[in-house]
Design a protein around this ligand. Sequence first.
Ligand code: NDP
Length: 326
Amino acid sequence: ARKYIVKQPFVGLPKREDFEIVEHQLPPIKNGEILVKVEWVSVDPYMRAYNGRFPTPYDQFGFNVGTVQDSKDPRYPVGRKVVTHKGWCDYTIANASSETDRVYKLPDLKGLNESLAVGAVGMPGATAYFGLLEICKPKAGETVVVTGAAGAVGTVVGQIAKIKGCTVIGFAGTDEKCQWLQSLGFDKAFNYKTVDASKVLKEAAPSGIDCYFDNVGGELSSIIISQMNVRGRVAVCGSISAYNDTSLPEATILQTYLVFKQLKIEGFIVDRWLGQWNVAFADIIGWIKSGKMKTQEHVTEGFDNIYDAFVGMLQGENTGKAVVKI
Ligand code: NDP
């Protein structure tokens, strides 16, 4: 079997030398274990953000989709499709009772692509669903802004907000992504690299912003928050604009806005709703099947190309969810 290990902490953008592909012999499975052939591997921003928290070397973690090849767990017989958190590997042994292996049965995707189980019908979809509905709590007629809008989480956030009757404004890193977002039904989408965000927001949201789903952090987020309405809600999901920074930028004072606008700003980790992910998946599958939600994947082929897919995603090469077909 083959797997990627992280050899040393990332400094700045992860380098190829930070990883090593290791060939190893998998032992026979023990009671409670399953042998999984991996078909889809996910590359996600938290693989960058969480670096530094674990001693190196470690096996690169992450969600993947595969098929059970051998089983000593009657709940997961041979042939069963599963999701695991065993990361960047081609074959792996997992234990469904292990909290870190995070094995669960592939949801009934009703004929949709199985790779969606690491995207809109997986962790990123649950992130969008609960972060928006439980933290922003948007009401019909309100204005919702989402950054990282053309990515795995952002596209789902914006489309759920539209389904809930909101006006939706997205920010993404290329004009093509922005055009695509408008084709999905976003009311407006702006290229944050080329526009004056403060100016375009005043035009696109003349009566202010009620909800902000923050995927990127940094200056763009400060500008958006400064234009929020009284009693607005901010779901802080991520801060990808700073994940590769080697030093933190100088603090910007946002407290004035937080006080005068009485904003509620809350960070979250999607695992807070782990027991309810299936609720999100059922709704999202329903929306996709009924045509209310569209999904797109940026597929990279081949086990040897996972590093490229990962770094490409961090640099914005993906429109929709970045996945690797093994
Ligand atoms: P995406 O599919 O959105 O991929 C990452 C995107 O980030 C890139 O495509 C790129 O798009 C954008 N990006 C890269 N650099 C910058 C920058 N400097 N400023 C602004 N945007 C940038 O990833 P996900 O949807 O999986 O994740 C989105 C966010 O959600 C991340 O911050 C992630 O950490 C967070 N997250 C949080 C979870 C939680 O539980 N809290 C769970 C899952 C994700 P572009 O071309 O637009 O720049």
